[in-house]
Write a protein that binds this ligand. Structure first.
Ligand SMILES: [Zn+2]
Length: 342
């Protein structure tokens, strides 16, 4: 048997220049969730981005943003190491803005986080990101630890108005990865500290990354929307959204139509030193196909969380929502513009 190399971003041989079904014709889109960084040789193929520092290259960042532009995106908000901000801004100008992801090891003093925040504030940021996926517990990254609450307080005092959080992960991971429920809690448990923080900081705008981490449960998303006028959800994490949103196309479409001011376009694309242009295209192509077209077919992107059905199909079905033009403009542009005050 011969080994065949699977192209992760294009298993089905999709022609990404085929874009007649992409009908959005409104103002330039805003990608509110990405990881555009300076890259250097030896970048990991996956895993969290960053750490490359300013000594690397901005070529991948420029490549990604050129392709973004080709897909109608005028502004990309990036999470990157603080030292990457100046060189990226110099190369990409007003096509890029920044979201400060603050990390600290459990054994480090709280000051480590506050110094990071100060550096980000000095460099110029629009959003504060608190990453708190269930697996973050292994690294002590609970959402509502005192140092995180204080970080939000300080960011707010410095004029930052928006907090992005990652709290949920796919339902499937609670069956495969987070099986130790005494340690990780249930999926719903992840939202308890988020609710508490949104109560405390109810004058700030909150963005739940990856459709709030719960595209599997549109009813839960709607309950959050109704309880918290300040909560928004971004569409990022393309594989996850394609897989789950397609399965509940009608429920998600009507949810977004009922609350079109609460959803934001996001890709979650990450720059890597050796990526091809087609990798970046695959995510933009799938995202836009999902939200604005009625395209139905196998997703071109390989998805390790896809359970292969008996009738075949190595990737999930992508079923486009075909959102109306006015709703699309809110999701693609207007809501982010309002939040970023651009
Ligand atoms: Zn991300």
């Amino acid at each position: 048997m011969s080994e065949t190399t699977v192209i992760e971003h294009n298993v089905t041989g999709q022609d990404f220049s085929q874009r007649d079904h992409l009908v959005y014709a409104g103002p330039p889109m805003i990608d509110i969730h990405s990881h555009v960084t300076i890259t250097k040789e030896g970048d990991q193929a996956s895993g969290p981005a960053g750490g490359a520092g300013a000594a690397g290259s901005s070529d991948q960042a420029a490549l990604m943003l050129d392709i973004a532009q080709d897909f109608g995106i005028g502004l990309t908000v990036s999470m990157c190491p603080v030292q990457d901000i100046a060189p990226l801004r110099e190369r990409l100008g007003n096509r890029i803005a920044f979201n400060a992801m603050i990390f600290k090891k459990p054994e480090e003093e709280d000051e480590v986080a506050y110094r990071q925040l100060d550096a980000f504030l000095e460099a110029g940021i629009d959003i504060l990101k608190l990453w708190s996926a269930p697996r973050g517990r292994d690294r002590g990254l609970l959402l509502d630890l005192p140092w995180r609450v204080e970080t939000i307080r300080r960011a707010r005092a410095a004029g930052v108005r928006t907090v992005m959080v990652h709290v949920g992960d796919p339902d499937r991971w609670f069956q495969t990865v987070y099986t130790d429920s005494a340690k990780y809690g249930t999926k719903l448990d992840q939202y308890i500290p988020l609710r508490r923080l949104m109560d405390e900081f109810n004058d700030m705008i909150w963005i739940g990354a990856h459709l709030g981490g719960d595209p599997e449960h549109p009813d839960h998303l709607e309950a959050l929307i109704e309880a918290y006028p300040q909560i928004h959800f971004d569409t990022s994490a393309t594989k996850w959204q394609v897989r789950e949103v397609s399965q509940q196309r009608d429920a998600l479409r009507s949810l977004i139509q009922r609350h079109p001011d609460r959803f934001l376009f996001g890709s979650d694309l990450v720059t890597r030193h050796a990526l091809t242009a087609e990798h970046y295209m695959s995510r933009y192509w799938c995202q836009r196909t999902l939200w604005e077209s009625d395209w139905v077919g196998r997703s071109p992107i390989q998805d390790p969380d896809h359970v292969v059905e008996p009738e075949g199909g190595t990737t999930p079905m992508l079923r486009g929502l075909a959102l109306p033009a006015a709703v699309l403009q809110q999701v693609y542009c207007d809501n982010a513009k309002r939040i970023l005050q651009r």
